[in-house]
Design a binder for this molecule. Structure first.
Ligand code: BT5
Length: 259
């Protein structure tokens, strides 16, 4: 077991970012970093404020699903105030930041699964949740939530689905979460600041989606779709080619099968 404690000071120290992680709020244990981040954002927390926890007792995924983050995982939320045009790009920034940081710290190669999963060797190692408050064209705040299975022996957590993996299970050794979170914050900032200069983040995200070119089954709300996942649009939606040859744009959904 490597010494793996997190603290506000160890995360912030010499981070070298302009604004992400200048303020870090660390909890050993809390219900959900999203909740605290939302309260902070409503009170006008400075952009780039990070809420991080060793363990969440009520971590959440999309659509009120549960995200399990026992001790050994990394759970964090980052508060941003982007313009409305950049909201669809936040999932791309977060996914690529996670993939780059995992690569830099462990050497493992990640794949991205539309819309919000990061996989290693085909299994989910990290999940991303973006929550916004928008009024008309005005963004009150946006929060990027990231959960990574870092040092978890998944055999000890039967409640986490068998489609999951952890960095330590893949590597056969533990990983320093401090290294991972510091890389993540630097990468989130770098990719976020690159957004105004064009489509490079979108292109890299698209090019790393393992979902594309595959026959998929997608659940979106009450609707089920089948077809070839042809591409993604720059707003993050999936372009699906059903057998009838038409093109369907799916804004949000779940890939339930991928052949
Ligand atoms: C996600 O949702 O993948 C987004 C997860 C975001 C978690 C972060 S942690 C920091 C911040 N604070 C929070 O409270 N949340 C964010 P979704 O695509 O809906 O996937 C949820 C599904 O993943 C669940 O229904 C389970 O099937 C599965 N799952 C739950 N825990 C998992 C884990 N630790 N590893 C892999 N899969 C898991």
């Amino acid at each position: 077991m490597v010494a793996d404690s997190l603290s506000t000071a160890s995360i912030i120290g010499n981070l070298g970012t302009r604004f992400i992680g200048k303020r870090v709020i660390y909890y050993p244990n809390l219900p959900s970093t999203m909740e605290i981040a939302r309260q902070e954002a409503r009170q006008g927390a400075v952009a780039g404020t990070v809420v991080v926890a060793d363990e969440q007792t009520a971590g959440r995924g999309r659509l009120k699903r549960v995200w399990l983050s026992p001790e050994g995982s990394l759970a964090l939320s980052v508060i941003l105030y982007p313009s409305v045009a950049y909201l669809p790009s936040l999932i791309m920034v977060a996914s690529l930041a996670v993939a780059h940081s995992i690569g830099a710290v462990t050497g493992l190669k990640s794949q991205l699964k539309w819309p919000n999963d990061v996989l290693v060797n085909g299994r989910k190692v990290a999940g991303i949740l973006i929550e916004n408050s928008v009024r008309g064209n005005m963004v009150d705040y946006a929060i990027i939530g990231i959960g990574v299975n870092v040092n978890l022996r998944l055999a000890d957590f039967p409640e986490i689905p068998p489609t999951a993996t952890s960095l330590s299970d893949e590597l056969g050794r533990d990983v320093l979460r401090l290294d991972l979170i510091r890389h993540l914050l630097v990468e989130i900032e770098r990719l976020y600041l690159a957004l105004p200069s064009g489509g490079s983040v979108y292109q890299e995200w698209r090019d790393n989606l393992v979902t594309l070119g595959r026959e998929v089954h997608i659940k979106s709300g009450e609707n089920d779709y089948e077809g070839t996942a042809e591409s993604v649009a720059s707003d993050g939606s999936l372009l699906l080619r059903p057998p009838d040859g038409s093109l369907t744009k799916i804004v949000a959904g779940e890939v339930t099968r991928c052949d």
